[in-house]
Design a protein. Structure first.
Length: 261
């Protein structure tokens, strides 16, 4: 319930309240890596929205340190075997956050993680399109599907795209995800993002059907034109696929927000 409410609040840009809600997960499920990822991502979205309102760089630096501590915990701590694939997505977020911090004038943010620099995935940034799909119910399997402009669909059954050299991370059979789509140099046009329900999809009497959350980052790491979108969508029971979002890749310097999927 807590995670579901937090995701919804983030999707309507109520980041202050979302942070308060998600912080309670530290007392409820501290042994889940997603608790730390959710809090870190909520704070980072807050900074992206309210960073200019901070009175000094020290405040921004304090928030960044808080974010990096949560994300580095995901990488350092041993977790249950079902979350063995969580490290790589966390490293992508860590690298993204540290690059953003450097762009704000914060020196050597990676040193705050306590992790070797060899774990930075700097070669990925900047990238044209990054998608992060997670969900709010445990023991639930969801398959992220991306229909590229070429009409090629990238999914767990076909995780590589020859057109874009894009890749989809390992399929998650339980836990809360995430599945990530990484597209370094994508062709121009619309990217239609959907998710496919699997047999373990649950409909909770308390929270209703599973919510899928999608973080879409266009021009990731190119902070002058980077565009970040966060959506939260109910998965419709008994429907094979649910549309999440459509994100257009535009010519260099193009503008515009992604339309609803």
């Amino acid at each position: 319930v807590i995670r579901s409410v937090g995701y919804y609040l983030l999707s309507i840009t109520r980041t202050d309240t979302a942070i308060q809600v998600l912080n309670t997960l530290l007392n409820v499920v501290p042994g889940e890596p997603h608790t730390h990822i959710d809090i870190a991502l909520a704070w980072f979205l807050w900074l992206r929205q309210h960073g200019r309102e901070c009175k000094d760089s020290k405040t921004v630096g304090t928030r960044i340190l808080h974010i990096l501590q949560h994300l580095s915990t995901v990488v350092k701590r041993p977790w249950q075997s079902k979350w063995v694939d969580i490290e790589w997505p966390a490293l992508v977020l860590l690298t993204w956050v540290t690059k953003w911090a450097e762009a704000q004038g914060i020196r050597e943010p990676w040193s705050c993680t306590g992790l070797p620099r060899t774990l930075q995935v700097q070669h990925l940034l900047p990238m044209d399109l990054f998608l992060w799909c997670a969900w709010d119910t445990d023991h639930t399997a969801v398959d992220l599907c991306v229909l590229e402009p070429s009409e090629k669909e990238v999914s767990s059954s076909e995780p590589y795209s020859q057109h874009n050299n894009a890749v989809l991370t390992t399929d998650c059979l339980e836990g809360y995800g995430p599945m990530c789509y990484v597209c370094m140099k994508g062709e121009q046009g619309p990217y239609h993002v959907t998710c496919r329900h699997k047999t373990t999809h649950r409909d909770s009497s308390i929270t209703g059907p599973t919510r899928a959350v999608i973080l879409g980052v266009r021009n990731m790491g190119n902070f002058g034109i980077e565009d970040v979108t966060y959506r939260c969508i109910r998965l419709i029971p008994d429907q094979q696929k649910s549309g999440l979002i459509t994100i257009p890749l535009l010519p260099a310097g193009g503008a515009g927000r992604p339309p609803a999927g």
